[in-house]
Every structure is written in C-alpha cells, then in structure tokens.
Design a binder for this molecule. Sequence first.
Ligand SMILES: [Zn+2]
Length: 338
Amino acid sequence: MIQALFFDGKSTVATPVALRVDGGLLHIQAAGWQRCERAESLEFTPPYARSAARVNLPDGALCEVPPGDFLGLRRALAKPPGLIELIESRWRYALLSLAVIAACVASVYVWGIPIAVGIIVERAPRTLDSHFGKSTLTQLESYGLIGPKRAATPREERLSRRFAQLAGGTAVPYQLDFRDFPAGPNAFALPDGTILMSSEIEALTQNDDALMFVLAHELGHLYYRHGVKLLARATLTSILITWYAGDVSNALALATVGVLNLRYSREAEAQADAFAIARLRAAHIPTRPAADLFRAMQKTSSKGGEGKPRKFAVEPPDYLSSHPATKDRIRLLDSDTP
Ligand SMILES: [Zn+2]
C-alpha cells in the first residue's frame, strides 16, 4: 500500500488515497469509493525540483505519490523508468553521466577536431592557403610588426640561391621575403608559401648554414601545411564552442581559441625539425651552426629580461617562444653533423 493524494482534475481538493497494484491494475482506494486503472492507460511524471511525482489517469485526474515510492510503483506496474529518471534518481549515475559528457567533449577536442581538420585540409583547395597567407601578411604590415618590402642585400641573394638548391625536389611552392622586424629576430612561414625572415636573425650569425636550417624548418611547416591546419583547427573549435555556448559568448569563445591555438604543437615543431635535418643532411650541410644560433638567441632573449615591456599590443610569438629552443633540440642539432 502506498499513501498518495488524489486530485480529480476539476477541483484543487486533495483526497488522501491508498494505492495498490494487483494483476497489472492500479487500485485507488479512498473512504467510500475506489477505482482501478489498467497500467497501459497511465502516464508517469517523475519528481522534479519541488514538484511531486505524479501518476496521470486518462480522464485528467492524477495521484501525487511520495518520491520514495514512485520508482517502486512504476516497476510494480511493469513500467520501467526512463534513462533520465534513472540517472536523476541516483547521484552516482548523475556524476557518472557528467564524467561521460566531459570525456566526450575531451575526445572531440583531442581526436575529433584533428581528424576533421585533416579531412578538411586534404580537400580544401590551395587557394585557401593563399588567402590565409595574404590576409596575415596584410595584417602584420598594417600593425607595423614587419617592415615594408625592401631590396634584398647581397647576402640575402646568396641565401636565396643556396636555399633554392636545398628546397629543390620538395615540390613545395615558396617565396623568401626578407624584412626588418621591429620586434626582433624572427622567422616564420605563412600558409601561402611566404617565408619571412628578419634581418635581426641574420645579424645574429655570420654562418649561412645556420640560416639554411631556419629556412628549411619553415619549409617543413609548409610541406606539412601546419599553418593552414592551425587556422582550420582554430576556426573549427570556435564554431563548436559558439554552437555549444550560444551566440552570447561568441566573442569570448573566439578569444579563448586565439590563445589556445597561438602556437604550433610540439609534434608539428618536431616534424619541421626532422624535415630540415633531412634536407641539410642530404645537402651535406652541418646542423651545428644552427645550434650555435639558437644558443645566441637564448642569450639575447635572456638579456632582455623576463619583464621586458612589449613594444606592440599584438606581437607574433618570438622565434624562441614559438619554436622550442630546448636543450633537447640544441643537443639534437649538435649531434647531427655529417
Ligand atoms: Zn617551427
């Protein structure tokens, strides 16, 4: 017997009743009357917040049932609870489902997005790379982060000729663009194939072999289309966050993605390094001078001090922060000398 309250659906008067299940029927008994209903004709409303659990009868009447008796009553009437009710009825299930949701979101970010990026970039026309590259170059120029186009110096012409030999056979379209970078020594490749190198990085070494490594590393990023993958990933992540969070937090989502995707992954850097080492090895160019260059860069960057004020509101990450000049990397370049 379950004690419940009966409402006839016409007035707000609550009548105390006793509920009993027998032979697939729900018997409702009160002083002076009783009725019974077939299980198939009943609808169940689980308890939610402060509202009671309900058994709805076909004529609009209903019984309010104590939450503790609700699941038992459903089972007795062979009406198993729905998945949501089951989850809500047990805090362990609720925690478990939260964990499952978190795992799904993490899986989408860790595996789903990279797979989608791979498929999109594979099918995306090369004109997309060119578009991304040109718009980035225009932005860098308009912010004053790179100096205007200038004539190449004799050393830069020599570097260009040497690099053309080194890059020959890779079938990666590129063009070298030597500029002055007010923010300091730097080099990076834009998705359209433009490899930008600052005169400040050239000034750090007299050894052209070191600069061959830097250029070959950037060519590696182009070979693997790391830049366009990074942008595709940022765009896809922002679309997913916007879709999930709604339009209101659109701006926030984009800002978050900007920070999350500012740099290439460690894997991408290692890939570009391996590409450069293989090119240099094939051309019998030593890699040790590059290790010396990175040591010199580390020294100049530590001389500037940790709290060095930024010259610009927006700065592309400097070569050392975007390219891990870690001890391991320097050791690798030191040891890989033909
Ligand atoms: Zn890199």
